[in-house]
Design a protein around this ligand. Structure first.
Ligand SMILES: *Cc1c(COP(=O)(O)O)cnc(C)c1O
Length: 351
């Protein structure tokens, strides 16, 4: 359709491919609460294998995956440490406290990257009258920092030191395959030290629904009960898992293209007077830029852009996020950048 907008709001907007729809239609299914759905079981086995773990669990969303892991690692009244811009702190309906009963202890990372030196002072002393820290949460890639990739050495060091201190470490790896593609390594190499990992099938990998949790068998058994408690026990979920399997096998290989497109978009935007962005900082598929100098708020900028059939989302008053994904081509990105350029030029000339 000529009038279909170029949708850069998120990599969650991707539609299932014909191959996925075929796999969904033909999926062998059973009741997954009885653990009898062969397609769900295959997806879980495959995810565990790719991450080099004992077990894995299919969950309806990344938010539920994170919450299930947090609850399986902690008890109400515990503290968890995370970056101040962590997705699980800012964008998951305060479920950390509202559902899991946890107190988030925030650390100001550098572009979402925390060091052990920043984390250590946030750990509560082991005294009976102080709330106890039980978990540290990292995010890779970091969404609101612009898709930044955790340096592997740093992540490994945090896991080692945390374990020495008797703490578990959870990875919100919603876009962990993007991080692996950027680093040119396997996901297992950058996640092996974490006690649990959540990753999304429904983002860059292209599945319509779902996330996975990976960890030890004992941990995943606890997660299965927590998932049921939260209402996430699904029945013939094989129709969704079938799409997830296609996403897992075909999605990671092509993320490099999204990253090239994001870099290209950032370079084009950097040339537009009034927009601020450093393309050198764009590592994966997320592009965040500042529009303050155009005189428009991010909301007004996006509203005007939407009239021209290009979509993004606001990060705050001044910044906009655009995300590349498998449903936008290089040609779409060229068109989107040209549309932004024309729009900004018109705005400047009419002021
Ligand atoms: C998208 C996202 C989530 C949550 O996933 P949903 O499936 O939307 O609930 C969690 N963490 C990060 C970093 C994300 O980008």
């Amino acid at each position: 359709m000529a009038d279909t907008p170029i949708d850069l709001r998120s990599d969650t907007v991707t539609k299932p491919s014909p191959e996925m729809r075929r796999a969904m239609a033909e999926a062998e299914v059973g009741d997954d609460v009885f653990m009898e759905d062969p397609t769900v079981n295959r997806l879980q086995a495959r995810a565990a294998e790719i991450f080099g773990r004992e077990a894995s669990l299919f969950v309806p969303s990344g938010s539920m995956g994170n919450l299930v892991c947090l609850m399986a690692h902690t008890r109400p009244g515990h503290e968890i440490i995370c970056d101040e811009n962590a997705h699980l702190y800012s964008y998951e309906m305060a479920s950390i406290s509202g559902v899991a009963g946890l107190l988030p202890r925030l650390v100001r990372g550098d572009s979402g990257i925390m060091t052990w030196e920043q984390i250590a002072p946030a750990i509560r002393p082991k005294i009976y009258y102080r709330a106890q820290t039980s978990l540290i949460c990292l995010e890779n890639t970091h969404n609101m920092a612009g898709g930044t990739v955790y340096p592997t050495e740093l992540a490994h060091e945090i896991c080692d030191r945390a374990h020495d201190a008797g703490l578990a470490v959870h990875l919100d790896g919603s876009r962990i395959f993007n991080a692996a593609a950027f680093l040119g390594v396997e996901v297992r190499e950058i996640t092996e030290k974490f006690d649990s990992v959540q990753f999304c099938l429904s983002k860059g990998l292209g599945a319509p629904v779902g996330s996975m949790i990976v960890g030890s068998s004992a941990f995943i058994e606890r997660c299965r009960s927590v998932r049921k408690m939260l209402g996430g026990g699904m029945r013939q979920a094989g129709v969704l898992a079938a799409a997830g399997l296609v996403a897992l096998e075909t999605g990671p290989k092509r993320l490099r293209i999204d990253h090239e497109n994001a870099k290209f978009l950032a370079e084009q935007l950097a040339r537009i007077p009034g927009l601020r962005i450093n393309p050198a900082r764009v590592q994966t598929n997320i592009v965040i830029y500042n529009v303050e100098e155009t005189g428009l708020s991010s909301a007004d900028f996006l509203a005007e852009l939407a009239r021209r059939r290009v979509l993004g989302v606001p990060v705050d008053q001044e910044r906009i996020r655009m995300v590349t994904h498998l449903d936008v081509s290089r040609n779409d990105i060229e068109k989107a950048a040209a549309t932004v350029r024309e729009m900004v030029a018109e705005l400047v000339s009419t002021r």
